[in-house]
Ligand binder design. Sequence first.
Ligand SMILES: *Cc1c(COP(=O)(O)O)cnc(C)c1O
Length: 457
Amino acid sequence: MFLELKDKNLFKKAGEYALEYAETALDRNVFPLEEAIKNLNSFNEEMPVASSDAVSILDQLHKYGSPGTVSQIGGRYFGFVDGGVIPASLAVKWLTDFWDQNTPMYISSPVVSKIESVVEKWLKQIFSLPEKTVAGFVSGSSMAILCGLAAARFRILEKQGWDVNKKGLAGAPPFRIVLGRQAHGTVIKGLALLGIGSEQLEFADVDDQGRIIPETLPILDERTILILQAGQVSTGAFDPFNKIMPIAEAAGSWVHVDGAFGLWAAGSSRFNELTNYMSKADSWSADGHKTLNTPYDSGIILCTDRDALSSALHATGSYIIYGEQRDGMLFTPEMSRRARAVEMWAALKFLGTSGLAELVEGLHERAVQFAEEFKLQGFEVLNDVVFNQVLVTCKDDDTTKMVLELVQQSGECWCGNAKWNGQYVIRVSVCSWATTEVDVSRSVMAFVDALRKVENE
Ligand SMILES: *Cc1c(COP(=O)(O)O)cnc(C)c1O
């Protein structure tokens, strides 16, 4: 049963299968075919008693698993806000998989501690954040939002003489949460995990793009956590930071920016109008695995209040050895964690600031192209395409629904749906660096074919 990590045959096979996958997945049906889904039943096995041969495990996974994937690495997947993967970043992941580092502390992985510090510095530069900002490398924005809000809760209560870590929430001085009606679901979830129920929230109204209308904000004060958005998950819209941030600053509120995919707009001066004043907040959350196209399981929490973040998140134990060097677990809810920052380091180093600008501008240009071609073909585009999201509909909900089903079945591209202002809409998210102009036109043609079929029925 004993296997060597130096087993060249095993890892060569894994590499071969991976590259074979890349070759076919780039240009195949985007969603798995019916037969491939049926074949997933081959995994319905009882837990084996005997050991299995490692190569045969790979064989099974490649034979039945690979065709059952969504072709996310290709250029025609527009579901959710899911990024593809930059090869330089993926290659680094392969090497760090062999490292098998656990990264809570410097003492558990000096190299990852070093690279986290470097990425932290680069991120501050990209997003124009204050020098004192610290970064925690977490699994995604859900976690990053939770961390930012935990830091905010800690600080706002601490300022009122209440240590929430010691005393808990029962009997705590009051604090307030203000957010827009189109805030992301993971914000509501994060708040609930922190003991703040949905009925305790104060909502500001939003316009037809999902942007907070500043005039409808409740009066802010120093006991308020204000949650803003850089990139609404359906429309891609940004809250008007230029109008809201000065109000929040004057009131002394804590501002958290959910910028899961939109924070990266700061990487291009072309989006200055959207991102101006964004850097005046107290904490920000963003993903690596969306706009930046790192492998999955990559999010960041950025916070100007190091003590609040680490007080909210840090753990103690007689065996935990914090040192002089960077100990990443001060800024993450997890203790054990893989070396995810290294993939972000590779993606950023590969792109450079100019490549990052090109990446975000490219996603925007492809989204604008989608909108233009949709309109030319008689579809309706509901949102202002300010970043990478496009909301598209047909003449009524039923037609839109049928068209989406046919598009998804066609295998030509894949998009999801949502409800927007009571209407059934198709959400097209251009989030992969691999998407080309040809991919966009080809995908629009799949919509045109689908609409024709629906109309001829
Ligand atoms: C995707 C997304 C999230 C959640 O991020 P995960 O990385 O999936 O946890 C939160 N907010 C917005 C605006 C998002 O687009």
